[in-house]
Design a protein around this ligand. Structure first.
Ligand SMILES: [Cu+2]
Length: 368
């Protein structure tokens, strides 16, 4: 090698070393800054419940640490006892909801226990960066990974598993999806800038399932974890779900698991659908304030009878109950609600208001 070549080699090598020293110095400095933030460990709760949170942020940005473990298991999805293998974030379909404020960071520890059979990951629609973190979170059974991302957009967002190719919809329609709510630091506002508050929040995860049937029209059951893949894919290609459910099963939010409220209480309903369009409606009430696509930067729409949430999005609605009784919160494609399962019951206690509604004549026999 002649001298000029040796010289330029050393110059290039030197630049390479300096670049890497600077890169590591900067990246360490950066992570140190976030590590200095107050840490909040958020205990994720089973849907339809939402972790305790302040609507208006207290203090400055925080580092919110959450943990999710992936569970592959067979669950019963309807009243006939149909069994279906789901992939569940934290043993729950839908996955739990995470709550933070704009400017906070979320640090997720994702675990894929070695008892599982498949590779999984997570794509956060709330995150900014390639694949929503999907490329940085691929884990095989027996692995764990930690992902940190900054919340820069206010709203409600879906997250879901996205391992690649046909595995993406297959995992999503096996229940591997959830939600995250990112509140503006100064809370929610109506179109005039007035604060909107709520007393409690429910999180409804709507799930479409595609269960294969045998030649007698009976739902098939599979013993091997991957057995149903080609059969399920065939049903998926019809774009016609066999079940559309809230909280993982037909009737999961009815009976003793009905949602509860009382007259005078203001309730937020967060509604997520990771794969398919939906149109929530509260029978007997209205959407006082609705963010159909979930963006809290936009003024809420008001007094809607039914609102639209496109597949791959979460939306939010706030309603103050004014009458007691049994309400049905459903997907107002009534076939999906009453035949496929997409409905929940809200039991509201309190005093009836005759001014708002009154039966002014009881059912009475009429003259022939
Ligand atoms: Cu997965």
């Amino acid at each position: 090698m002649s001298r000029p070549y040796i010289k330029s080699f050393f110059i290039l090598f030197g630049a390479f070393v300096i670049y890497h020293i600077l890169f590591f110095y900067n990246s360490h400095v950066k992570s140190d800054e976030v590590d200095k933030l107050p840490v909040v460990v958020q205990e994720l709760v089973k849907p339809p419940f939402v972790p305790e949170h302040n609507i208006v942020a207290k203090g400055g940005p925080k580092l919110i640490k959450v943990r999710m473990t992936i569970k592959e298991k067979v669950i019963t999805i309807d009243e006939e006892g149909t069994k279906f293998r789901v992939f569940a974030f934290n043993d729950s379909v839908p996955g739990p909801i995470i709550v933070g404020h704009v400017g906070d960071y979320v640090e997720l520890t994702l675990t894929n226990p070695k008892t599982n059979n498949f590779e999984h990951n997570v794509d956060f629609h709330a995150a900014t960066g390639a694949l929503g973190g999907g490329g940085l979170t691929h884990i095989l059974p027996g692995e764990a990974v930690i992902l940190r991302f900054k919340l820069i957009k206010p709203g409600v967002f879906v997250y879901h598993c996205a391992p690649g190719g046909a595995m993406v919809p297959w995992h999503v329609v096996k229940g591997m999806n959830g939600s995250i709510m990112v509140l503006p630091r100064d809370g929610l506002k109506d179109r005039d800038g007035k604060q909107i508050k709520y007393d409690k929040a429910f999180y409804i995860g709507e799930q479409d399932f595609y269960v294969p049937k045998d030649s007698n029209g009976k739902y098939k059951e599979y013993t091997h974890p991957g057995d149903g893949f080609s059969d399920v894919l065939k049903v998926m290609r019809t774009l016609t779900p066999t079940h559309v459910v809230f909280n993982g099963a037909v009737g999961a939010l009815e009976g003793k698991n009905a949602l509860k409220s009382k007259v005078g209480e203001t309730v937020m309903f967060i509604h997520a659908q990771a794969n398919r369009d939906t149109r929530p409606h509260l029978i007997g009430g209205h959407g006082d304030y609705v963010w159909p696509n979930g963006s809290f930067n936009d003024p809420p729409r008001t007094n809607l009878e039914t609102w639209f949430i496109p597949g791959g999005a979460s939306g939010a609605m706030i309603y103050k109950f004014r009458q007691p009784g049994t309400y049905v919160y459903l997907n107002h494609n009534l076939i999906e609600a009453f035949i496929l399962g997409a409905k929940a019951v809200v039991k509201v206690t309190g005093k009836w208001n005759d001014d708002l509604m009154k039966q002014t004549m009881e059912p009475t026999r009429i003259a022939e």
